[in-house]
Design a protein around this ligand. Sequence first.
Ligand code: SF4
Ligand code: SF4
Length: 446
Amino acid sequence: MSKPQIELIKNAGIVGAGGAGFPTYIKYGAKVDTFIINAAECEPLIDVDKILIQNYFEKVYEGIKTASELLEAKRVVLALKAKYKSAIEVIEQFKKKNNINDFEIYKMDNFYPAGDEQVLVYEITGKIVPEGGIPLMVGVVVSNVETLFNVANALKNIPVTEKFVTVNGQVKFPQTIIVPVGTPINVILDYCGLDKSKDFKVLDGGPMMGKLIDETDYAVKKTTKSILVLPSDNIVIIQKLRSKANQVKRAQAICLSCRMCTDLCPRYLLGHSLFPDELMKKMYKGTLNDDELERFSFSYLCCDCGVCELFSCPVDLSPRSLLNYIKEKLAQLKVKNPHTRKDLNVNEFREYRKVPVNRLISRLNIEEYDVKTELKQFDAKIDFVKLYLTQHIGAKSIPIVNVGDKVVAGQIIAKIPEDKIGSNIHSSIDGVVKEISNDYIIVEKS
Ligand code: SF4
Ligand code: SF4
């Protein structure tokens, strides 16, 4: 029978707040040697983790304690960058004042992707997660700071209805705000003074791993950490808008076979058999037929970090996008990832090939947006929230309300399907259910 805290975490709808949204109640059902709290925040232009530590560390610590006990972790490590001096000072003061020694602080260099789970695991434990594997396979669980904040809330029966979001880029007032989950993005952009003087595009996430969104239609998810507005002519946007056909044509015309995309790939440097240059060279020499796809099944090992596409390649080719394309094709052909090697050795040059964040910022041409944001009260008027039924890894949640029902903030409106992994969804405002579609529930404010 699961522990009461796990039930509370499950009921509260907690999913990994810093990444793909893996349901937390599943993660904390394991027993581990090491529990890592991920506050590395390696994507440029995001401040959520630092702000949470600086303003709410007591609550974050409650979450750390609960998670460490559930996981029976022998070692608990809070990892953040050494340059986050104010956050480190808050933690050190807290430890000193309360005489706490049940977790360590691990200070990382300022490189990208320092917050990648597998990179963190290697940096802290010296263990390499097997190809295609997860940290649990080497006795480690990793959780984001905001997830632990949510765990502390869950212990008081407070579900996930709010999200910390850094809004940055082409806005007059870059800031970090706490918004109801489901808040329409255009409300947030108006509030932060969207600068429409130049054509722009909007990302859910940072410049490296963020996804392009339609700001007129999209709403904040439990995994949204950043809303980033960039000019349409920024390289990040140009790369994301390139069609597959265009990416293939460019690879055929200009790949230099220089191998930089492989040499700087963080997963290749951890010893994984991931060789984006081989795919690009193949593209350069001609087209890729379906019967040759399996040769490039190493695409399954790509973590989508974007280093090859936005930093390494001297001629702005798109290895990541083409690897994703291969992954999709292989999945359609029902080819599973055959790469599961465990006998891995870290590349001898790994230390010298880490991507410095300041150089990354300059390469992405986003220096003007590299400002430290402050936590601000979000008091814009919201007419409705749009709550997606899939904002996590696992099965789509099943609505348990009907159009016209009155709901209150914190009430469950969609549940995890029976015998499946997933997440409960709660209304984030008091209101009336206005619409239920296949993908979302709209709650209109009373
Ligand atoms: S996106 Fe590129 S650099 Fe990152 S893991 Fe994938 S292949 Fe490697
Ligand atoms: S870094 Fe760019 S040019 Fe060099 S091999 Fe990779 S895709 Fe080709």
